[in-house]
Design a protein around this ligand. Structure first.
Ligand code: MSK
Length: 630
């Protein structure tokens, strides 16, 4: 008999409904109500055929009006919208990466930020051809940060990290004009191309979308991930917990939310200090609990084991518990709704970045030089707010699951060493994992990523997909809100091996891993690209030959479209559960679902029926195995 007990979506929904009852008592709004007000959505917008890039319109394409005032048809309009969507995502991720480069530039032996993984810094320096001999590690950190920052605007050449690709792939990308040049250039070029009177040729717009995505995945995001590891440590397996039950009623609860780990790392540091814990006790609490939402949460979970309160569509729930003293946010995926919602409770809604300023928040501008003071002020503010709680409104759902997280590429390689009969792979390669795949013990891998979206029953698609994949001996690597969905359900608990197929179960037992591996935040999808590149190099194959696919079943943000483009650009077939507003153009649909193959070896599949989406992925993995004769 299996001892493994999952938390079901139904149980999570019941917990949410109970919180909404609290919300009703204080007149709180919630996304569940706003969705009703916004439905049905505008059909023109859904199909991508509304053009408002100049002031002659807006123009909307119908059978009776097949062209906008400038003469652009549906294919050009849909293509331009898709490109602008991608550029928004690439800019966002990459600006996050830029901030991390600046933080690295500020690192100092006696400063707020230190170099926690000097070996990784040395490794990247060597890869970039930077002299390291006899250099002080902080001098090297500053030099590397500056070189990284130059990747954003260099006038010539391609992104440095493209050299990590298997032989021939970079050249193929250059040949097809998909290899990313300077990161900011790809974003600007995208906006230029999508300006009135520039590109309306779908092929050109799709190519540039791939290129902008690649500038994100193999540029800004990769830099964000790699230098975050240098600053805060490369993740390794660590135990934590997930779901709203990680909040503790007797403690001061601080929830960190957003994406940039620079702030949350500091908050964790101060919340853990004896001085702040003593102060919390003085104020009547038993201690301080920091938990997280969205990708900031993933960052601190991976490195510190900080529990994950929830993912994207649970951000309002943490306030609805009535036990949240402060929700502290940095950038991206933050509902402006948190401002008015917090006002219904005692919660302080603290914004910290000039990039994400919102009404009804307390703005404490956070920067690398004053990070320590800022974090201390925020932790103190939360502690002093404990006394303002309204006990009659406090209800924390008794719901949490155990999770083992922290599977960076380095950790996966190390953990899987010794799983196969060849025992420990001394070279630290992906060969043990490859051996599991080629022998068929594991059929393949799925990179599960992306958000929640009210168009899909929250978390349902993530969880159902993962359950079926692992039952079919397909290992899942997950990041972003997808990873949190898995963790909340219990799929990152090692005992989830009990619901795997026999092959994957055996691997989980031998390697002592859960079947769904947490690889980090949404910028950390770059880790997945590195893993795929390493698997290809170690096997002598191209990435698109590997039995590996990507999937974003509940995606919602511009970043997700950028990610999709770099996953396809990398040569990995990508499966979406939500349409990226392209259904209004047959040419765009054809290009995205088939046409990109001739440039990158991969394409999108869009299927909103989750059961079918899973079957299509399994089919694709098996097709790839057959083509390899394994
Ligand atoms: S936080 S981009 S909702 S994964 Fe990275 Fe989650 Fe999607 Fe935001």
């Amino acid at each position: 008999m299996s001892e493994f007990k999952m938390t079901t979506v139904e149980e999570m929904e019941a917990a949410t409904n109970r919180l909404l009852e609290t919300g009703a008592k204080v007149g709180a709004d919630a996304w569940q109500f706003r969705v009703k007000n916004q439905t049905p959505h505008c059909k023109f917008g859904e199909q991508g055929v509304c053009c408002r890039i100049c002031a002659m319109g807006p123009c909307r394409i119908t059978p009776k009006a097949p062209r906008g005032i400038c003469g652009c048809d549906a294919h050009g309009i849909v293509g331009r919208n898709f490109l602008k969507f991608t550029a928004g995502g690439a800019a966002t991720h990459s600006d996050h990466g830029r901030e991390i480069c600046h933080t690295l530039y500020c690192a100092a032996e006696d400063g707020n930020y230190k170099v926690k993984d000097p070996e990784k810094l040395l490794r990247i320096a060597k890869e970039w051809g930077v002299e390291t001999e006899g250099k002080d590690i902080y001098d090297l950190a500053h030099e590397m940060a500056e070189i990284g920052l130059m990747e954003y605007g260099k006038p010539f050449g391609y992104q440095r990290f493209l050299d990590r690709m298997p032989e021939g792939q970079k050249e193929k990308l250059i040949e097809n004009e998909i290899a990313p040049r300077a990161i900011d250039r790809e974003v600007s070029t995208s906006l230029h191309m999508a300006h009135m009177g520039c590109s309306s040729l779908p092929e050109a717009l799709v190519k540039q979308s791939l290129r902008a995505g690649m500038a994100d995945g193999w540029g800004g995001s990769m830099m964000g991930t790699e230098f975050s590891d240098v600053l805060f440590g490369t993740p390794k397996p660590i135990d934590t917990e997930a779901n709203l039950g990680v909040m503790v009623a007797e403690n001061v609860n601080i929830v960190v939310h957003g994406h940039d780990p620079s702030l949350s790392e500091m908050i964790c540091e101060y919340a853990d200090s004896p001085e702040m814990i003593a102060y919390a006790k003085e104020m009547g609490a038993k201690g301080i609990t920091v938990s997280g939402v969205c990708c900031t949460s993933n960052e601190v979970a991976m490195r510190r084991g900080i529990p994950m309160a929830g993912n994207f569509l649970q951000q309002e729930n943490v306030v609805l518990t009535g036990a949240c003293e402060a929700i502290v946010v940095d950038v991206q995926c933050i509902f402006p709704a948190l401002g008015p919602l917090s006002k219904c409770f005692h919660t302080k809604f603290v914004t910290t970045s000039p990039i994400a300023q919102m009404p009804d928040s307390e703005f404490i501008r956070f920067n690398a030089e004053t990070a320590g003071e800022n974090a201390k002020a925020i932790v103190k503010m939360a502690i002093e707010n404990f006394k303002n709680r309204k006990p009659e409104l406090v209800h924390i759902p008794d719901m949490k699951a155990k999770a083992t997280v922290g599977y960076s590429v380095e950790a996966i390689v190390k953990t899987l060493d010794g799983v196969t009969n060849s025992q420990v792979d001394e070279t630290g390669t992906t060969k043990p994992l490859l051996e599991c795949i080629t022998s068929g013990v594991i059929r393949g891998a799925v990179a599960m990523v992306g958000c929640n979206n009210p168009k899909i029953r929250p978390d349902y698609a993530h969880i159902e997909l993962m359950k079926k994949l692992i039952a079919n001996d397909i290992v899942v690597i997950a990041s972003g809100c997808s990873a949190q969905a898995a963790a909340k359900a219990g799929l990152m608990d090692k005992s989830a091996k009990d619901i795997c197929g026999a092959g994957l179960k055996r691997v989980c037992e031998l390697a002592d891993i859960p079947p769904v591996l947490h690889m980090g935040s949404c910028v950390d999808i770059s880790r997945m690209m590195i893993l795929a590149a390493e698997l290809a190099k170690d096997s002598g194959l191209q990435i698109n030959q590997l039995p590996v696919v990507g999937c974003a079943p509940e995606w919602m943000s511009e970043k997700a479209v950028s990610i999709g483009n770099y996953v396809v650009g990398t040569g990995i077939d990508t499966f979406l559960g939500v349409d990226p507003y392209v259904s209004g153009s047959s040419e765009m649909c054809e290009l995205l679902t088939e046409g990109t193959r001739k440039w990158t070896g991969a394409a999108y599949t869009v299927e909103t029926d989750i059961e079918k989406l899973t079957d299509l992925m399994i089919e694709r993995i098996e097709e790839k195995r057959t083509a390899l004769g394994i």
